[in-house]
Design a protein around this ligand. Structure first.
Ligand SMILES: [Zn+2]
Ligand SMILES: [Zn+2]
Length: 237
């Protein structure tokens, strides 16, 4: 009668088998996934693909909200200047206040005008149905000739002449048609910010820095007056 004999492995044998299996698995994995062209920029491109996809597909939808955001931000800054800055300078010197009102409103007018113009002016597209002798290449997405310095905007889904970038704050591309308005909008916004910082510095220093605590209206229970401490104590009981 045949007898079953059990052949046991020693610990050393088991370890060498496991080592062999592990290296076999590693080689299998590398043979399936190795790519000679793999580098850090390719890997980061792959990782950022969902963000690119989101920007390409949703920036156009979010554009109007960005424009409303710019309008709200500008309005709030101007309101604060009138609410806090105007009485401060009026009490100081009426002549200076008139000067600041003229300069400030002139800057505001320029900011608003150039912003609106940058939003509503088309960035410019290559002409259709005409032969362009200047065209140096073809756009693979529009299947149309591309004049020099023309780029395809994946958000507008069109070729843009002398394209600078797609600006979500304008909900528009910055290109040949509106580059001037965009540049002047940036210039006047910078000047406006410098104007506010320059003439708001004294207000900030006097009323927010030096007078902190004296005219502080918010209740700070643990460092406030005796009465506020008492009221907090009783509220806990
Ligand atoms: Zn194109
Ligand atoms: Zn665009």
């Amino acid at each position: 009668m045949a007898r079953i004999t059990w052949r046991g492995h020693s610990t050393q044998e088991l370890l060498s088998i496991l080592r062999l299996r592990w290296s076999y698995m590693k080689h299998c994995w590398h043979s399936l996934t190795f790519n000679a062209h793999m580098n850090s920029s390719y890997a980061s491109d792959v990782c950022l693909t969902p963000i690119f996809w989101f920007v390409d597909n949703y920036t156009h939808c979010l554009g109007p909200f960005f424009v409303v955001g710019v309008a709200a931000l500008t309005t709030s800054v101007v309101s604060i200047a009138y609410w806090i800055g105007l009485p401060f300078w009026w009490a100081k010197s009426q002549l200076v206040t008139y000067f600041l009102l003229i300069v400030g409103n002139w800057l505001l007018l320029n900011v608003v005008f150039h912003y609106v113009m940058a939003v509503i002016t088309p960035a410019g597209h290559p002409p259709e149905g005409v032969s362009l002798v200047e065209a140096v290449s073809m756009c693979g997405k529009c299947i149309a000739p591309k004049p020099p310095r023309t780029h395809h905007c994946s958000i507008c889904n069109r070729c843009i002449l002398k394209m600078d970038h797609h600006c979500p704050w304008l909900n528009n591309c910055v290109g040949y048609g509106n580059h001037r308005y965009f540049f002047l909008y940036m210039t006047y916004t910078t000047l406006g910010c410098l104007f506010l910082i320059l003439f708001g510095l004294e207000i900030g220093h006097k009323y927010l820095w030096l007078d902190h605590g004296e005219n502080w209206t918010e209740i700070e229970p643990w460092r406030g007056s005796q009465s506020s401490l008492t009221s907090v104590d009783t509220s806990f009981q």
